[in-house]
Design a protein around this ligand. Sequence first.
Ligand SMILES: Cc1cc2nc3c(=O)[nH]c(=O)nc-3n(C[C@H](O)[C@H](O)[C@H](O)COP(=O)(O)OP(=O)(O)OC[C@H]3O[C@@H](n4cnc5c(N)ncnc54)[C@H](O)[C@@H]3O)c2cc1C
Length: 503
Amino acid sequence: MTNTVPEETAPTPPAAGVEHFDVLVVGAGISGVGGAYHLQEQCPDKSFVVLETQGGFGGTWRTHTYPGIRSDSDLYTFGYRFKPWTSAPIATAEEILTYMGEVIDENDLARHIRYHHTIDRASWSSDENRWTLEVTRTDTGEELRFTGNFLWMCQGYYNHTEPYTPEWPGMDRFHGPIVHPQTWPDDLDYAGKNVVVIGSGATAATLIPAMAPTAGHLTMLQRSPTFFATGRNANELADTLRELQIDETWIHEIVRRKILHDQAQITKMSFEQPEMVRQELWNGLREYLGEDYDVEPHFTPRYRPWRQRIAFVPDGDLFQAIAKGDASVVTDEIETFTETGLALKSGEILDADIIITATGFNLNVLGDIEFGIDGEPLNFSETVTYRGTMFTGIPNMAWVFGYFRASWTLRADMIADFVCRLLHHMDDAGAEVVVPRIGESDADMALLPWVDPENFNPGYIMRSLHLLPKQGDRQPWVHTQDYWSDKDEFPAVDLEDGALVFE
Ligand SMILES: Cc1cc2nc3c(=O)[nH]c(=O)nc-3n(C[C@H](O)[C@H](O)[C@H](O)COP(=O)(O)OP(=O)(O)OC[C@H]3O[C@@H](n4cnc5c(N)ncnc54)[C@H](O)[C@@H]3O)c2cc1C
């Protein structure tokens, strides 16, 4: 079963000509819609527009329609700070879209969003101190121009149309469909079919239990194992507070704090006592698989817990499917595709009617937009980040790149506060331009990759690390990926410490 997403009606822009806004927001995913909310609340005098290439809002939650699509974070923290989440913590894409739709309706944000608008080029002019966006309307083919003083990049981090599928030998020989979950065909008939799912990340863990009641047999084929956490899809504290008829706004805040507190403890333990965490995670699996199931061969990752996101499996549904015999796990490598399935390096043959490549995405740097600064093409990888959100030499621009281990939206809210504060500061200082520049005292600092591969190393980041900006070895040039330090540091940032140059 797939979820269907309604088309939004795109507001018709005014007649030909260039439209100007104080702030241009790129993307109407969870970050862009949040950005619009915060702009309206915190900068009511600023005009802004959100430009979105899709026919509706939602980003990730709109473009992914594979069976069972759901969050792997809890919605108390993946939801916005400002709108209480009132249902089970792990949510389907449809529930997330409903929640975002309520945010748009309750705050009258639809009038600011233009759907079917693809931004092709963004150019900064230092003569005019403004950005010009060249935009194609995907529904009419019209070419439009927008100008703006500040560019707020909420375009996410991966290519929505071209997922990552490795090239394996013999793929063209396979007689059945090869499907990537990111481009799931609505009419894929898998009833009673033998399905091999390549990959064992959150997507595979979602797909398999959702397909299990209909498919014949499902095999999760992994090259290397993943950590899984299991638990009820419920939050006891939230349920208790609800029983006590506590206001939902309070419940949201209290439960967020409790979840974040618990996550911090788990992260700390993962670094200090990885073996204990591993045992705990295994115990969770054994509850479903039984004491006799040997968890070691298939569920012992090569990496430390939390070097990659731990996939949460609500109610252990993946393991229930394995325990029932509807699904099984194979840890091996593909030698070649054959006409009827896969030949593995161990010599094992896996028969398949359908092969699903849950192999992740292609990182997308700055929404595939061609960027230019005063006529010169921008090479993003040559920039250094200011706190993981602005970049040296790029004026009046912020990018929302959320957390890997904690919920993305925690950072989207935090960066929104920062951008709004920055905009006020510029007005107060009479500045039209803000640009991060590395001063003399930091000129000799070591430049490091966007994320530390020792600390976090999923494939899609490692494949594209060379395209991403660098970070420095000291603040404000560090991209911490750490909610706990950011939450105190961001609101206290001294905008006049010299790292940001106002003109
Ligand atoms: C299947 C899946 C499950 C996930 N689950 C979680 C989770 O549980 N918790 C978590 O924290 N994170 C999760 N993530 C990561 C997730 O992508 C982010 O948390 C979050 O949804 C990103 O929101 P965003 O608005 O920043 O970007 P996106 O959701 O990617 O939205 C960006 C929007 O910008 C638009 N856009 C991009 N380029 C252009 C352009 N050039 N012109 C116009 N519009 C453009 C896109 O069309 C898109 O609508 C998941 C990711 C995937 C793929």
